[in-house]
Design a protein around this ligand. Structure first.
Ligand code: UDX
Ligand code: ADP
Length: 458
């Protein structure tokens, strides 16, 4: 039986892979092909060892792969055969030239637009999935339609709101699906095609539509608001440490106000991930472009507090460990930017590891899913670092443990045994406030949580 529609996704990463797997899983009537320039990535998607760790992803891929879900490197063929093309190539922060460190690097995205134009033989609906600065859909349309062609390209914005570690849940049962389109008759028509795809499993009232720029901006603003909550509570954690208050008690009291809500108020060593910093800096860049200095400064403050929080964590370690870390073995519990992912992009652990190495500490890094990425991130950093699978073995002989990631397994380790094997005095810096601080203190540890008084034996 022929498929009702041919859907292509360009970019088989954290966004494209799971999103397309879910569409294929929910809509057997569509053929979904995911292409990428990286043949190794495609080979992994076609193997039992998927290139990303995401709870529940294996089952979804296994159910649809070979049936109506295909991973391939044949970009040209993929473009020619499809009528809807999702673009989810990487758009990291620029590292060079104008806007370096701030603006989005659009080279992969630009190349993709040109490939679509080059290989297309029929009309297409193009769906922006990558996080992009506002008004890139318009730029995409300009690239696509500038050539001498009778083809018609309708560009839609459909930002992803999935969080790593819960991507499958977020895709299966999203809070909302946002689709931005041109308000012309063609734009609305293209939008309705995408609405119909999602409506296969998402309740209609959760599929919202808007103009294309509102949609693009909403993505940046949603992430800026989430990150702002974390920076807000992290800024208060610094005050709590001085004022003998407990940031978890404060967050609980504040979050119980239904107007505020309880989520995203966990003080931490800082937020990471591929989106928050990038999206806020994008927002700041746009505001500066429009000469809205106060607005830009306001949002930049969210990133600044995040940098401050990481630096504060390091300086506190240095100070309480007698102002020298040289030659001391320090164990990092976790390297991923959060639990349930092997992703380490923008993980606070990267900066903290590098700073500890600058202080000439010897690092031992453990993480259930991210050791490979940690090695990549620290390639070329000068200093002594080893990687150990088992957290109890990793901590042996160390003066300190610093919890970087809230992996639940760290809550239930045999800390009595760990304490026995560590150098004394033994320190724990709980960058995620996940451990039982009182119990650890009673075992002999000197415990330094985030945003509450330390428990020491000095
Ligand atoms: C985020 C958004 O949540 C998602 O909607 C968007 O599509 C992509 O960006 P993600 O980066 O996967 O998702 O992770 P998220 O769960 O938002 O966590 C980001 C960072 O904030 C992590 O480092 C996490 O540990 C940290 N965090 C989160 C805190 O420090 N405290 C909190 O209370 C919550
Ligand atoms: P994200 O988190 O946004 O999904 P990733 O880096 O995980 O980002 O994935 C982006 C993917 O896009 C990578 O696998 C990369 O190889 C792929 N990619 C980049 N440029 C192109 C291109 N021109 N054609 C096809 N795939 C591309």
């Amino acid at each position: 039986m022929p498929f009702k529609r041919n859907i292509l996704c360009i970019g088989a990463g954290y966004v494209g892979g799971p999103t397309m797997a879910m569409i294929a899983f929910k809509c057997p009537q569509y053929k979904v092909t995911v292409v990428d320039i990286n043949p190794e990535r495609i080979a992994q998607w076609n193997s039992d060892n998927l290139p990303i760790y995401e709870p529940g992803l294996d089952q979804v891929v296994r159910a649809a792969r070979g049936r109506n879900l295909f991973f391939s490197t044949e970009i040209e063929k993929g473009i020619q055969e499809s009528d809807v093309i999702f673009v989810s190539v990487n758009t990291p922060t620029k590292t060079f030239g104008a806007g370096a460190g701030m603006a989005a690097d659009l080279q992969y995205w630009d190349k993709t637009a040109r490939e679509i134009r080059k290989y297309s033989r029929s009309n297409k609906i193009i769906v922006e999935k990558s996080t992009l600065p506002v008004k890139t859909a318009q730029a995409m349309e300009r690239i696509l339609t500038c050539a001498d062609t009778a083809l018609c390209f309708d560009v839609l914005s459909n930002p992803e709101f999935l969080a790593e570690g819960t991507a499958i849940q977020n895709l299966e049962n999203p809070d909302r699906v946002l689709i931005g389109s041109a308000q012309s008759a063609e734009g609305i028509c293209a939008r309705d095609v995408l609405v119909e795809i999602y409506a296969n499993w998402v309740p209609r009232e959760k599929i919202i539509t808007s103009n294309i720029w509102s949609s693009e901006l909403s993505k940046l603003v949603a992430n800026a608001f989430l990150a702002q909550r974390i920076s807000s509570v992290n800024s208060i954690s610094a005050l709590c440490e001085k004022a003998d208050a407990d940031v978890q008690e404060v967050a609980r009291a504040v979050g119980m106000d239904s107007r505020v809500g309880a989520k995203f108020l966990n003080a931490s060593v800082g937020f990471g991930g591929s989106c928050f910093k990038k999206d806020i800096l994008n927002l700041v860049y746009i505001c500066r472009y429009y000469d809205l200095r106060e607005v830009a400064d306001y949002w930049e403050g969210v990133v600044k507090i995040n940098e401050y929080q990481k630096e504060r964590f390091i300086l506190n370690m240095l100070q309480v460990m007698f102002n020298t870390l040289a030659g001391k073995k320090i164990c990092l519990f976790g390297f991923a930017f959060k639990a349930d992912t092997g992703d380490t992009r923008e993980s606070p652990a990267i900066q903290i590891a590098k700073r500890l190495m600058e202080e000439r500490a010897e690092l031992v890094i453990t993480d259930p899913k991210a050791i490979y990425n940690a090695e990549e991130d620290l390639k070329g950093a000068i200093g002594n670092v080893t990687y150990v699978e088992d957290p109890c073995d990793a901590a042996a002989g160390c003066c300190a443990i610093a919890v970087m990631t809230e992996w639940p397994l760290y809550k239930n380790l045999d800390y009595r045994e760990i304490y026995r094997k560590m150098a004394k005095p033994a320190f724990i810096f709980d960058g995620r406030n996940i451990l039982d601080h009182e119990a650890l203190h009673n075992m002999g540890f000197n415990v330094f949580p985030i945003g509450k008084p330390p428990l020491t034996h000095f």
